[in-house]
Design a protein. Structure first.
Length: 240
């Protein structure tokens, strides 16, 4: 052989499978070229050693959900594109315990859901799964969102009770929330159907100035210890 050929063509010749089956094996991360996983069917090979993993499965790639720790300064309320640029194979959280293999196909056709305003950091969701899109869209007003809020100032008398019950925002009475002190400067606030600017307004109403806001959980899915700019896979056992 004197001219490079597509990996999918070479694999089809080696295993006597169809070209489409070869592409599925490759996209699924089951094909090694000189010992390295290659998941691009169009990758060109010449004299390299091409192998199909012994435990290879012939199946389309299952849709995945990626959980990003969005840094402050990126406004996903307006546009998810800047946050999506952070989601690359290189920025995967090294302590991800999902057992998922990183595949090129996992970064295509991702939909951003559950946005955060620019001043907030924390959990943002990107998914290929229409069921996750529907869950986070249809149940947006029902799911708990948990935040760590760093504050400065002295809270007003009975301020914590007021945070939990009885505040208004933009003329509307806010539903009860769960607010508690984590330490002298950090509040834990759990609420539903958050409106942009609501947490800062709530804190200001009781004499506190917000220094930072970090979302650490949506429903039953935590951010874990993912660092800013990194992401992890949502495990099959996790449910919003």
């Amino acid at each position: 052989m004197t001219e490079p050929v597509r990996l999918s063509k070479r694999l089809a010749e080696l295993t006597a499978c169809s070209r489409r089956e070869a592409e599925q094996y490759i996209e699924g991360g089951w094909v090694l070229v000189d010992g390295q996983v290659i998941d691009e069917p169009q990758f060109k090979v010449l004299a390299q050693k091409v192998e199909l993993a012994a435990d290879a499965r012939l199946a389309p790639i299952e849709p995945v959900t990626l959980l990003l720790h969005k840094p402050a300064g990126i406004d996903t309320l307006k546009d998810f594109s800047a946050a999506l640029q952070l989601v690359t194979p290189a920025s995967r959280w090294p302590d991800d315990r999902s057992g998922m293999r990183t595949l090129k196909g996992h970064f295509a056709r991702l939909s951003g859901i559950a946005p955060l305003e620019a001043d907030a950091s924390g959990l943002v969701v990107f998914t290929q799964d229409w069921r996750i899109v529907r869950k986070l869209t249809d149940d947006a007003g029902k799911l708990e969102h948990e935040y760590n809020v760093e504050v400065a100032g002295e809270i007003a008398p009975h301020g914590l009770n007021r945070l939990n019950h009885g505040l208004t925002y933009k003329g509307w009475t806010l539903p009860p929330v769960k607010a508690s002190w984590q330490n002298e400067t950090r509040l834990r606030i759990v609420l539903k159907a958050l409106q942009p600017g609501q947490i800062a307004h709530m804190c200001a109403s009781v004499g506190l100035t917000v220094m930072s806001i970090k979302r650490i959980r949506i429903g039953g899915v935590p951010l874990s210890k993912v660092q800013p700019g990194q992401w992890r896979y949502m495990a099959a056992s996790e449910k919003f």
